[in-house]
Write a protein that binds this ligand. Structure first.
Ligand code: NDP
Ligand code: 8X3
Length: 251
């Protein structure tokens, strides 16, 4: 049985991807900071699927915690076939000059440094086995820059650069590196971005049907189920009512 390591599986895309991979018969390592959510996820997955699942509860911004968690993996879970670098967030939506440095640090530390920490830990095993697949959750914000999103967009531009760079460096080891770049998707993302203000979060999707977590799981499933000789570099996926980060057709 193959093993997938999914970061940020306590909510949104990561959770949907965990269920999708369970359905594909993968053993799973799932991560997040909220222990109760992880326990709930394990319970729900176990009740539906006959797979092995290991929860790892840690803050991905903390390299030491990433390393300790990774080193705690039992032998059975050490051969990671797929790494889904999904944990991430936007914090705040204000002009650069009005927003908090702490928000910038949280986004860079999670979306960029956390992704690097996990990739650095998982890649040596993939090189040893000369196979593997890394899928990074990027964003349309990695392609375009929009008002009040400079640092979130910067973090996702960095994810794209890392994705492309890894693809170049790992090509000789038979390791695929892909990304998914969604537009607006309704998860806990906007609640987190607006620091818990559910009204503001809801308003982001006013008058349109956003993507949902299952749509992203569809894209990830497509990416990881291609034949060995096919690499999907990126899937950019938007709601039908969103042309780009500026133009949304709201009814
Ligand atoms: P959610 O807020 O629903 O989920 C985010 C996940 O990331 C949670 O499981 C959370 O777990 C985890 N996470 C956040 N910070 C940390 C941390 N410091 N340490 C460990 N885990 C962390 O958002 P989405 O599912 O929507 O987002 C998933 C990814 O997709 C992100 O990278 C986001 O930038 C990207 N994305 C989202 C889009 C959207 O519109 N929703 C569109 C494009 C990209 P916990 O809180 O338990 O730690
Ligand atoms: C999340 C999508 O448009 O809010 O990455 O940046 S967007």
């Amino acid at each position: 049985m193959k093993t997938a390591f999914i970061t940020g599986a306590t909510s949104g895309f990561g959770k949907a991807i965990a269920f999708r991979f369970a359905g594909l018969g993968y053993n799973l390592i799932v991560t997040g900071r909220r222990e109760e959510r992880l326990n709930e996820l394990i319970r729900d997955l176990k009740s539906e699927f006959d797979i092995e699942i290991l929860p790892l509860c840690y803050d991905i911004r903390d390299n030491k915690a990433c390393t300790t968690a990774f080193q705690s993996l039992p032998e059975y879970f050490r051969n990671i076939d797929i790494l889904i670098n999904n944990a991430g967030l936007a914090a705040g939506a204000s002009p650069f000059q009005d927003s908090d440095l702490a928000d910038y640090e949280q986004m860079i530390d999670t979306n960029v440094k956390g992704l690097l920490y996990m990739t650095k830990l998982v890649v040596p095993g993939m090189i040893e086995r000369q196979s593997g697949h890394i899928v990074n959750l990027s964003s349309i914000a990695g392609i375009e820059v929009y008002p009040n999103g400079s640092v979130y967009c910067a973090s996702k531009h960095a994810v794209n650069a890392i994705t492309k760079g890894l693809r170049i460096d790992l090509i000789k080891h038979g390791i695929k590196v892909s990304s998914v770049s969604p537009g607006m998707a309704e998860t806990e993302f906007s609640i987190v971005r607006y620091h818990g203000d559910e009204e503001k979060a809801k308003a982001v999707y006013n008058g349109l049907t956003p993507l949902n977590a299952e749509d992203i799981a569809d894209a990830v499933e497509f990416i990881v189920t291609r034949p060995a000789h096919v690499s999907i570099n990126d899937i950019q996926i938007n709601p039908t009512q969103q042309a780009n980060t500026y133009i949304a057709h709201r009814k």
